[in-house]
Design a protein around this ligand. Structure first.
Ligand code: NAG
Ligand code: NAG
Length: 268
């Protein structure tokens, strides 16, 4: 399932593409995004576009679910679907499919963001960060960067990797997968080196491994408080007006955050 024309905008090139990997059955998240940050198409005079990347549904209701996905695609024209099984251990491949699609369909855009479907995104603040003259236009990847993340060796850990797969004790620096931003030269460069780098299932560490091979270092955001992957408290309107991205616990919380953030009046 493709949307080959999505990035071919008239008059003005697309500035930012928001790419959200999401499971085929997760219609609720897609609808929430369409009603909130995914509906922001012109921000500070810059064109923005949101697309969803799906794999194939599995399980006994796969065919029925696929039919629903086809209908949804005809209604919204914002779904991309590839013929890999949509599963946790295939997420790295899904990320690479996103990069591949960007290379072939969006070469003219300036920046892309990979964003999980449970994240509240303040598109205004994101665009402000990207149009800042200090922000690099090339070789740029940012988000919440883990500079020294240990490779976990205990088999019972969620992100366990044995020595045979990864001998180093630390991953190369990488941006946490919940959301990261890259300049549009990077998808092509990452695709170029990735055949030489064995994929691991940890989907956010893998792009970091490719960047290391390219000799490109990650960039810290202007402030770490712009990104929050694990909020302890729920966010109020004032704080929502200062962030770029924060993880939410439920679809209803994302909708509530958006309502709160977009309410008229001073945020603080
Ligand atoms: C998107 O925004 C437009 C204009 O602000 C509004 O008319 C439309 O209903 C919104 N779409 C959704 C799905 O919320
Ligand atoms: C990944 O997708 C491929 C292709 O659909 C499939 O054969 C494989 O079982 C999937 N792997 C996992 C771990 O789900």
């Amino acid at each position: 399932m493709d949307e080959p024309e999505k990035c071919r905008t008239r008059n003005q090139a697309l500035f930012l593409v928001l790419m959200a990997p999401v499971a085929p059955g997760n219609l609720a998240s897609r609808d929430a995004i369409r009603r909130t940050w995914g509906n922001e198409t012109l921000v500070q005079g810059k064109k923005v576009q949101t697309l969803f990347m799906l794999g194939l549904p599995g399980g006994p209701n796969a065919q029925e679910l696929q039919e629903k996905v086809n209908q949804e695609s005809r209604a919204h024209h914002d779904l991309l679907q590839s013929d890999l099984m949509d599963s946790y251990h295939n997420l790295t491949i899904k990320t690479m499919l996103i990069l591949e699609w960007l290379v072939s369909r969006c070469p003219e855009a300036s920046y892309a963001m990979k964003i999980d479907s449970d994240v509240f995104l303040n598109v205004q603040n994101l665009v402000s960060m990207l149009v800042n003259p200090d922000t690099p236009k090339q070789n740029y990847m940012t988000g919440l960067v883990w500079w020294h993340s240990p490779v976990l060796r205990k088999p019972n850990k969620k992100f366990f990797l044995p020595y045979e797969v990864m001998a180093e004790s630390e991953y190369p620096p990488y941006p946490l997968g919940f959301c990261y931003i890259m300049s549009m030269d990077l998808p092509k460069k990452i695709m170029r080196v990735s055949p030489q780098i064995k994929p691991i299932y940890i989907e956010d560490a893998y792009p970091g491994m490719c960047l290391k091979r390219l000799g490109i270092s990650l960039t810290n955001p202007p402030s770490k408080s712009l990104f929050d992957v694990n909020p302890i408290y729920s966010y109020g309107r004032c704080k929502l007006s200062t962030v770029v991205a924060v993880t939410t616990t439920k679809v209803s919380q994302m909708l509530r955050y958006w309502q709160d953030y977009t309410r008229p009046g001073p945020p603080c």
